[in-house]
Design a protein around this ligand. Sequence first.
Ligand code: COA
Length: 400
Amino acid sequence: MTDHEVRTLADDELRASQELFRATLHAKPITDDEWPRLRAALQSARSLGVHEVDSGALIGTARSFDSAITLPGGGDVALGAVTSVGVRADRTRRGVLTELMHAQLREFADRGLVAAGLHASESAIYGRFGYGIATWARDYTVDVRRAKLRQDAPAGGRVNIENLDSAMERWAAAYPAMATRPGMLARPDEWWAGLRSHLGREEGPVTAVTHEGAGGVDGFAVYSVDRPRPGSATLNLIELQAAGPEAFAGLWRYLLSVDLIGEITASARPLDEPLELLLTDPRAVSTTAQFDDLWLRIVDVAAALAARTYEGEPVVIEVTDPVFPGNEGRYDLGPDGAVRTDRPAELHLSVDTLATVVLGAWRPSQLVDTGRVREVTPGAALRADRLFSTPAPPWCGTFF
Ligand SMILES: CC(C)(COP(=O)(O)OP(=O)(O)OC[C@H]1O[C@@H](n2cnc3c(N)ncnc32)[C@H](O)[C@@H]1OP(=O)(O)O)[C@@H](O)C(=O)NCCC(=O)NCCS
């Protein structure tokens, strides 16, 4: 692609790139009022742009922010959180995204990031760049009139309605203790600024509540309410994080007590979130959608595999990677860790498939059935199932 140039955008080019991205999503343009808040959500030197050489026009963009992802066992690795990806509608399907993705991954590798992650607008886009589905999520609705907490539900602590701006600082400080599940992300200051910017675009009022237990802030929730007249109101849960059962039950006890609400909707929640079992009538909760959540691209396979823990008997896997040949090769995985090896491979898989098993979203033996994992040694896939298994399904829980 010789008639295009990919480069890192300067600060004074960020608004144009965000305008371009908004247009690709068919969203409204950025207003002057909104821009300062949105600007605060952008890290400098993390936006790429593709310009046409002859016209100088910006025709594609992708940005990221620096984060980290929790791995099984509790360790974490540096991750580039990819977002604002778009190509001008009159310049699609000629390789612009491909240029952007490759440039961005090379830049991540140069800066020593171990992984990249994104939420995909469409699921056919990112596999070719080595991304695989690493976490799943579900949307559900709660019929509030049927939903009563069981008598044995944890009592919970104190719930306070707060000013969003002052609450967010305390939430940011408390959040790392909540981000313990594999797949959860570190949230830099700019992510919190992005939440503020996003909530500023909500039509109606937004309510912020903090849960405090014996040790201080251990949970929080944000919601908006739609109140059609006539008709009962819907509480839209935008964010809920809880460090443990007291905070989880305490926040739900509060949410179910809010007056005038007939239904609560929650989006992108963990598949195994036990809300049904907190209630006397589990069918008060209906799952309305289940979908791919975080797409993960392992940029440094050796570092990512070494940073998680394993249980069970060792297995040698062989990984292929069309973008980073340095990742290719055999890895010996076991309770002692993960190291490169010359021993023969027992399982073969590509880097995008590795992303689907590394946090526990899929078991390797399931992927043998699909042809995405090739088993050379009989029984190796079952051993790998045990090695990669996690106590709880992975979940990202951070929108970006
Ligand atoms: C998705 C988008 C960025 C793709 O940009 P693009 O420059 O057209 O992508 P490329 O030309 O580099 O495409 C690379 C390959 O991916 C395929 N592809 C790209 N977008 C696709 C899509 N939405 N669905 C299916 N395949 C897609 C192309 O057909 C091409 O395949 P090929 O190599 O076999 O020919 C662009 O269509 C867009 O801006 N869409 C709207 C906004 C959006 O969804 N952004 C993503 C947010 S997560």
